[in-house]
Write a protein that binds this ligand. Structure first.
Ligand SMILES: NC(=O)c1ccc[n+]([C@@H]2O[C@H](COP(=O)([O-])OP(=O)(O)OC[C@H]3O[C@@H](n4cnc5c(N)ncnc54)[C@H](O)[C@@H]3O)[C@@H](O)[C@H]2O)c1
Ligand SMILES: O=C(O)[C@H](O)COP(=O)(O)O
Length: 393
């Protein structure tokens, strides 16, 4: 039996991908093979030595100790794009709430509970509605910081709304560049992007390089009256700089999925309780994608959508006598593959097929064998200097 320990509420659609004859999946599993979670802040101490993988049903992996996982040969997966549409729709909601008198207008109406005369009510609406006028999005400029799965969908939506779109992403992947609508004006300089935008929306991960990216200097460069939307992570924004910007009028509105106490109760701030991905569709998509990736890894050693391991996949060779596969993780240093293969040769085990890839300090190998390796052979490989993990699949 393979064991998966879950944290958070994971959609049943994902959990049901694991057959009950082969997997035990719930929050109580100890000595588990893998962890499946959403935003639970995972500490390295929660990862027992049996853990081979952590699957994040979602995009952000800042709640996972990725560097320690890498050192210990634990593969970390995420589900890029699976919740992008949910976030895109909430960005639109945020832009509309920031632009039209929707929330104050609704609050005004709620003060009228108890009025009994619809004629009077209609008259009151007509005299008061000027207090809740706003502006349209068409014709305005949206700056997008981070043009990955979410940023590109937001770009497409904004173009459809008649907005001009500026984009900034110094780490843009080739795949993401292909997905991007060609009407997006790529800007190399963050200050130029914020100086020329009416709305700026953040869609980048929190990393050491992006923590505090929106700071006092960037706020000072903003076009006066800009609306900032943060559906990425709170650490990317310096709250004190945002408060100062709102107080000075440099910022008109701050919309955020990450409430901070300093921001609660302000008319120029719209806060949501981290619900960017909280739709039935996104929760199902993320859970299913995470489950499929985890299964393919635990059963075949294949790696799709990992944030710390090379992406790699090897078809099972039909007719291979034993169907035995070794997954070996080692430090990315010269000569490792030779050592592993020679240990197998010493045991007279023939290699049917294999693949090897590296990423940063890690190398990962899938080796299909013509006959099952003895325990001694597996132990010898595991004991080799710079080998981190060996799994027989
Ligand atoms: N509010 C929510 O519920 C919610 C939901 C999903 C994702 N998120 C957050 O949104 C982030 C983005 O999600 P995604 O699915 O689009 O991820 P993604 O990996 O597809 O895209 C992120 C993009 O950010 C870019 N980037 C990296 N460093 C940058 C920098 N310094 N400046 C500008 N761009 C930079 C990358 O090159 C990439 O294109 C996640 O990391 C997560 O923190 C929040
Ligand atoms: O990074 C993400 O995918 C989002 O922040 C969603 O987080 P959640 O799975 O806890 O809703």
């Amino acid at each position: 039996m393979l064991k998966i320990r879950t944290y958070n509420q994971i959609s049943d659609k994902g959990i049901s991908r694991f057959s009950t004859t082969r997997y035990q999946v719930d929050a109580t599993q100890n000595q588990a093979d893998a962890v499946l979670l959403r935003s639970h802040k995972l500490s390295a101490d929660e990862l027992e030595d049996s853990i081979k993988a952590v699957a994040r049903a979602g995009a952000g992996v800042n709640n996972v100790p990725v560097a320690q996982c890498t050192e210990r040969g634990i593969v970390v997966f995420n589900t890029p794009g699976a919740n992008a549409n949910a976030v895109k729709e909430l960005v639109l909601t945020g832009m509309l709430l920031a632009s039209r008198g929707i929330l104050p207008g609704m609050q005004f109406i709620s003060t009228l509970a108890g009025m009994q005369d619809n004629g009077e009510l209609s008259k009151l609406m007509e005299t008061e509605k000027k207090r809740f006028a706003g502006n349209e999005l068409a014709g305005r400029t949206l700056g997008i910081i981070g043009l990955g799965a979410i940023g590109s969908m937001v770009a497409g939506m904004a173009i459809d709304l008649g907005m001009t779109v500026l984009g900034y992403d110094p780490a843009l992947s080739v795949d993401a560049a292909w997905r991007l609508p060609n009407q997006v004006h790529k800007i190399e300089n963050l200050s130029a992007l914020v100086a020329n935008s009416d709305y700026v929306t953040l869609h980048l991960p929190v990393l050491d390089s992006t923590r505090g990216l929106v700071n006092a200097d960037l706020v000072a460069s903003m076009k006066p009256g800009l609306c900032l939307l943060n559906f990425a992570r709170d650490e990317i924004v310096d709250t004190a700089a945002v408060v100062a910007g709102l107080n000075s009028g440099q910022l008109r509105t701050y919309v955020s999925d990450f409430p901070r106490y300093e921001l609660i109760g302000r008319d120029d701030v719209i806060l949501m309780p981290h619900i960017g991905a909280s739709t039935a569709e996104a929760e199902e998509n993320c859970a299913v994608m995470a489950a499929e990736q985890l299964k393919d890894f635990l059963e075949n050693g294949n790696i799709r959508n990992s944030v710390n391991f090379p992406l790699l996949s090897l078809e099972r060779v039909s007719g291979a006598e034993s169907g035995t596969r070794l997954a070996v993780t080692n430090k990315n240093v010269p000569g490792m593959l030779g050592k592993i293969l020679s240990l197998l040769a010493d045991q007279n085990i023939n290699v049917v097929d294999m693949i090897n890839k590296s990423r940063g300090e890690i190398a990962y190998n899938l080796i299909d064998l013509a006959s099952p390796p003895s325990e001694a052979a597996v132990s010898a490989i595991a004991a080799t200097d710079d080998v981190i993990k060996v799994t027989v699949l």
